[in-house]
Design a protein around this ligand. Structure first.
Ligand SMILES: [Mn+2]
Length: 267
């Protein structure tokens, strides 16, 4: 079995602003396998090889309804094969279904959440499964031991109150710039919202928020996760708003570094 297995979730019906992330899994695969790059991570692991990376394909999306069962089935199948799920969204709503499934199989783990927004809205436009709400559900259901958020820069007073309510550890962009870095121990779930990046590096986003991280910062964060990864997701790439596939290429690079991180900690 490969160390990691891609699962595409082409679902963006919980997006509050622009549709398009449903096209991301295939855009990331195209960039990943493009002849413009090679098969290795920065740590010189041949990540694009059957030993290290498998592909479940995309789950079938048949309606606008939240695809909880389909996500659970795919993630469980990969975990049962002793491979680590690397889920390509889709909008950020899909993280709830993935974390819920992983939490039944593995405990405890810390979630490292990279994002411009803290996604802790109790509901958004009346929807508790909105892409602005996955971490409210995750914390309410106590699916994780600890939530660490990095890159946040779009808080509202209500969002700050939610973060306090759930005892979230937050490294916003101001503290990041001042030099604060996450301290993670033990098993880790990585949830990587592409809009954590500054839009100068990544125009293919539904929500472009200036003042964000660079791809180099995110690669450094991935490489510095000390414990084993239990699963990961990369979400919110919007190919409709991308320029010449540049953001898909950044996402593909993140895939390679995540797979490398998984491969180097595999038993
Ligand atoms: Mn998000």
């Amino acid at each position: 079995m490969p160390s990691a297995t891609l699962i595409g979730v082409p679902y963006d019906a919980k997006s509050s602003y622009a549709r398009g992330p449903a096209l991301a899994p295939d855009a990331i695969r195209a960039a990943l396998w493009s002849q413009s790059g090679n098969r290795f991570s920065e740590g010189l692991i041949e990540v694009l090889s059957p030993d290290h990376l498998g592909d479940y394909g995309n789950i079938a999306i048949e309606s606008e309804d939240y695809p909880l069962l389909a996500i659970e089935n795919a993630v469980s199948l990969v975990l049962n094969r002793s491979s680590i799920p690397l889920v390509l969204g889709g909008d950020h709503s899909i993280t709830y279904g993935v974390v819920r499934t992983v939490a039944r199989a593995v405990q405890p783990f810390t979630i490292l959440h990279l994002d411009a927004h803290n996604d802790l809205h109790d509901s958004f436009a009346g929807d508790r499964l909105s892409h602005a709400s996955p971490f409210a559900r995750i914390m309410e259901e106590r699916l994780t031991a600890r939530l660490v958020q990095v890159g946040i820069r779009c808080l509202t007073p209500n969002q700050r109150d939610q973060a306090n309510r759930f005892a979230v550890q937050m490294i916003d962009m101001t503290s990041w710039t001042a030099g604060r870095r996450p301290e993670i121990e033990g098993p880790c779930y990585l949830s990587l919202d592409m809009d954590v990046l500054d839009p100068a590096f990544a125009p293919g986003l539904s929500h472009r928020e200036p003042g964000g991280l660079s791809p180099r910062d995110v690669i450094g964060l991935i490489q510095s996760i000390p414990g084993p990864l239990v699963a990961a997701d990369i979400v919110e790439l919007n190919p409709v708003r991308d320029w010449d596939g540049i953001t898909a290429l950044v996402a593909a690079r993140f895939v390679k570094e995540v797979v490398s991180r998984i491969a180097s900690s595999a038993r």
